[in-house]
Design a protein around this ligand. Structure first.
Ligand SMILES: Cc1cc2nc3c(=O)[nH]c(=O)nc-3n(C[C@H](O)[C@H](O)[C@H](O)COP(=O)(O)O)c2cc1C
Length: 105
């Protein structure tokens, strides 16, 4: 996919939001993922589509790309999310049953 010049890692979305953090405490990355979930739910409520682009994280954390995007060197990109107007309806994804490890009565 990456070798194909027509492949757009960001799926031609108009907006990329990169949640970044400084390594200041144990749970800063978890905070980013929680914020990401809220952001994606808010986008959905506004009729926008969103998608986490994990495959962009390594590139976003290179000095060259950080510099280009204005991400200070001491910050790390954790969650890239694209936003855009959906290009049509998307069918719901089938879900596996959750594995319940214990039930308290
Ligand atoms: C950590 C993480 C990384 C992801 N990285 C990518 C990515 O690089 N490119 C992409 O198109 N989708 C990416 N996705 C989106 C998933 O492929 C999938 O579409 C999304 O999780 C929705 O899942 P569902 O179809 O089961 O609802 C990522 C999702 C997560 C949670």
């Amino acid at each position: 996919m990456f070798a194909n010049p027509d492949f757009n890692i960001f799926h031609d979305a108009g907006t990329l939001i990169v949640l970044c953090t400084k390594p200041s405490s144990t749970f800063v990355e978890a905070d980013c993922w929680l914020a990401a979930e809220n952001l994606m739910l808010a986008a959905c409520a506004l009729g926008l589509g969103s998608c986490v682009i994990g495959s962009a994280v390594a590139a976003l954390n290179t000095l060259q790309i950080k510099d280009k995007l204005g991400i200070p060197a001491e910050f790390s990109a954790v969650v890239p999310i694209i936003l855009g107007v959906p290009n049509g309806e998307t069918n719901a994804t089938p879900r596996n049953e959750p594995i319940v490890l214990a039930q308290v009565q």
